[in-house]
Design a protein around this ligand. Sequence first.
Ligand code: HPA
Length: 283
Amino acid sequence: MSHAAPTDGDALASIQACVDTIRQRAPKAKPRVAIILGSGLGGFADALTGATAIPYAELPGFPRSSVAGHAGRLVLGAVGGVEVVAMQGRVHFYEGYTAAQVGFPARVLCALKPKALVLTNAAGGINLGFKVGDLMAITDHLNLSGMNPLIGHNDERLGPRFPDMSHAWTPALLATLRECAKAESVPLREGVYAQLSGPAYETPAEIRMLRTLGADAVGMSTVPEVLVASHMGIPVAGISCITNLAAGIGTSPLSHAEVSETADQVKHVFARLLSRFLPAIGR
Ligand code: HPA
């Protein structure tokens, strides 16, 4: 019997190959903060100054998104004088990627050794106090996806076998996010994000279950990335854009069009919050 665990080769070498490409394309870049921009929120990266954009296709092994509203580029630039690396678009389990593949881009960002990784997404509102268009700081999560990018052989050079998730959503970053929202007069909700695999939206019964379990918002992403970042010791903050009321709460049918439309309406407020928050945590 082989003692090799069934994984997809040497993850560290694949990560390093992407880091090398990034360093070749943007030799002077030293990003202090990394951010993953969710559905309809990718436009923020277009506002970065002195930007270098690298299509995912140029990054060896980088999975490519098939979802509308996910551009598929890595953008290195600055906001408020602080260097940032932004992912415009991400991949999801429901596209057929393995857990390791879904976690891979976040591994590359973490290998650039930013002070923090900021995760953003579009999510359905479960909390009955939430409205469409609200922004929610993620305080914690429920991994109900049935998957985990840390399954398989553990490379101790990346992180420990059993990472502690007690403070995965880093309290100090959350405190700064609250302060920045206040300073910008951006109303900020807070809550627990539940990830399911998708791609179907949830049933009303599933939403009632999630509410009973303590979830405030639901989506199909983000948890693989916080798991990878915790594994690699990178602090994480998260913001959900409540693009719709979750199934069974409102009367309108759920659709990706509504998700994209709401994200588009919120993008200016979202950009204002990030333009204060990213420099605040990167300095
Ligand atoms: N459910 C799951 N994922 C989502 C939703 C939702 O209601 N809205 C945006 N992403």
